[in-house]
Design a protein around this ligand. Structure first.
Ligand code: C2O
Length: 363
């Protein structure tokens, strides 16, 4: 049976699954969406005239950074109960990952909806970013606005994107790194030991590797090769397996590997729930999350392009018909399906090309 988000979103409860210390959950575990509308309408992809081309974060021009900051600032300025607001966008991740919904799976309504550790991982996050990007574009009246991607599979991208932390000059002339008022991309809940120039470790699980810069980079490239090529030779290996009410599903190579490593590496280990990126419930409140997931999403495209004759999208009824519910950029509640997100150009976006530096990095 396909996994289906509820027909009535007011069937949503507090999301505490996986939150070690809900008392000290600084972001809150009340993650249900506004229920001014409760019954989602079917969604059809609009005809797109111009593709949104997602650029690599480390190559952005300062004009692009300004535009992106302005869009996030506009999102943060919306009232909290607006479904397009920063707060509501952050809650989406919590609701779908920390047990706010039940699965509308035949006879298994006791199970919680969880979009991780299975083949729902890529499509759920693709749709999530799709609406997030369209909301940002509509808030700055730019229908071509495209979300940058954190190009962590490339040596130049193996640092936290600098724009997230760089000081912005406030109107009175003094600079404040640590004030989201001046840099909308700043987030107070990150591991300060991992700010630039610290090099990302794509195998990070909480312990510093201590490797020299060049060694860490080559280890990261081998990790990418393993997770994109040598261990990702089947659909199930790359995407993960379908959720199943009886047997546990498995996560795909990137989800389990580089994706999780980046989450843990960015989150603050001194907070009980490793906010923000280190816990599902809080991850969506850090702008880094969306940059990170844009690159995860790009890996889906890159994997298919590596070998179009063998690397194909999942194609079984349960996967095709699994669905989620989001508010779109016009505040309409809509239901979307996995089967409608396999072609990113039909969805109106693409990725700026970046070299694949790990393709010869067989360990
Ligand atoms: Cu929904 Cu990166 O996790």
């Amino acid at each position: 049976y396909p996994i289906t988000a509820p027909d009535n979103i007011s069937d949503c409860v507090a999301a505490t699954v996986g939150v070690t210390d809900p008392e000290n959950a600084v972001r809150g575990v009340a993650c249900c969406p506004p229920s001014s509308q409760t019954t989602p309408a079917p969604y059809s992809l609009p005809d797109s005239t111009q593709l949104r081309v997602r650029p690599a974060a480390h190559r952005l021009t300062s004009d692009y950074i300004d535009k992106y900051r302005a869009a996030i600032a506009a999102m943060k300025a919306l009232p909290d109960d607006d479904p397009r607001s920063w707060k509501q966008q952050g809650k989406i991740h919590c609701a779908y990952c920390n047990g706010a919904y039940s699965q509308e799976m035949n006879d298994h309504k006791e199970l919680k909806l969880q979009v991780h550790n299975s083949s729902l991982f890529y499509p759920f996050h693709r749709w999530y970013l799709y609406f997030y990007e369209r909301i940002l574009g509509s808030l700055i009246n730019d229908p071509t606005f495209a979300l940058p991607y954190w190009n962590w599979d490339s040596p130049m991208g193996m640092l936290l994107p600098a724009m997230l932390e760089t000081p912005v000059t406030d109107p009175s002339g003094k600079t404040e790194r640590s004030d989201p008022k001046f840099n909308s991309l700043f987030d107070p809940y990150r591991n300060v030991a991992h700010l630039p120039p610290s090099i990302l470790d794509l195998n990070y699980r909480g312990t510093e590797s201590g490797a020299y810069c060049v060694d860490q980079i080559s280890s990261n490239l081998s990790t990418m090769y393993t997770q994109m090529v040598s261990s990702a030779t089947t659909r199930d290996a790359f995407f993960g397996t379908n959720p199943d009410p009886v047997t546990a599903s498995t996560a795909g190579t990137i989800e389990r590997g580089a994706h999780t490593a980046v989450h843990i590496w960015v989150g603050n280990p001194r907070m009980t729930n490793n906010e923000d990126l280190g816990n599902f419930y809080s991850a969506g409140y850090d702008p880094a999350f969306y940059l990170h997931h844009a690159n995860v999403d790009r890996m889906w495209k890159v994997w298919k392009d590596l070998s179009p004759s063998t690397n194909k999208d999942p194609d079984n009824d349960d996967w095709n018909n699994a669905s989620y519910v989001f508010y779109d950029e016009n505040k309409n509640l809509v239901r979307v399906y996995n089967k409608d997100c396999v072609d990113i150009n039909k969805m109106g976006y693409d990725y700026e090309d970046s070299r694949i530096p790990w393709i010869k990095s067989r360990p």
